[in-house]
Ligand binder design. Structure first.
Ligand SMILES: [Zn+2]
Length: 201
């Protein structure tokens, strides 16, 4: 929550100075939705060659409201650790969350540190699975093969000009990260299961 409060403290004055909340009203869809991009809110950051992660807390609603005020980035859904789902931008609008994939996709953010260690909770994974089933029912062109991780579609590295020397050796987008049970999740999507199989012991 402290992290969210800090973000809000930085972002809100910026937004207040803007003439309109542009992200509430992204561009309309010009092509059918056939993909979903899965994100986590946390992910690597880099300063002078050193990669680090931040603790990510907060509820789905708080984060969806945060994105609605954030210039330049938008999202359709946020799923938090308790399994609550909050809608952000309507599906009928193009959100800005994954370069090259925005026009065809729905973006989903998961509240997680994205560091490959922070576990995704069972309620969160079950809620995500339900949400993906719902989206596929509305948009049949979305197939298990077109549900992608952000890390699958963005292999860019940190720009030195902004992050410092050495950071260009490190990828910017690794979310949702290795702690996300990707194979089990896609299998559960493909088989239209209500929940993920229990992890192997
Ligand atoms: Zn992402």
């Amino acid at each position: 929550m402290r992290r969210l409060a800090r973000l809000l403290a930085v972002a809100l004055p910026l937004v207040a100075a803007m003439p309109a909340l542009a992200n509430r009203d992204g561009p309309p869809r010009m092509r059918p939705i056939d993909a979903i991009i899965i994100h986590s809110l946390g992910g690597p950051d880099c300063r002078d060659g050193v990669v680090f992660h931040k603790q990510i807390d907060g509820t789905a609603r708080e984060w969806a409201d945060f994105f609605a005020r954030l210039p330049g980035v938008s999202i359709h859904y946020v799923v938090d650790r308790a399994g609550a789902v909050a809608a952000g931008l309507p599906e009928s609008k193009v959100a800005s969350h994954a370069i090259g994939w925005n026009r065809r996709s729905i973006g989903i953010e998961l509240v997680n540190n994205g560091d490959g260690r922070d576990p995704f909770t069972a309620p969160q994974l079950a809620a995500l699975l339900r949400l993906v089933h719902d989206i596929r029912a509305r948009h049949p062109a979305v197939r298990p093969e077109t549900i992608r991780r952000h890390s699958d579609v963005d292999v860019s590295t940190f720009p030195v000009a902004k992050h410092g020397p050495g950071c260009d050796r490190h990828r910017r987008k690794l979310d949702p990260g290795d702690a996300f049970p990707w194979a089990a999740f896609i299998e559960a999507v493909r088989e239209r299961r209500a929940e993920l199989p229990a992890p192997p012991r």
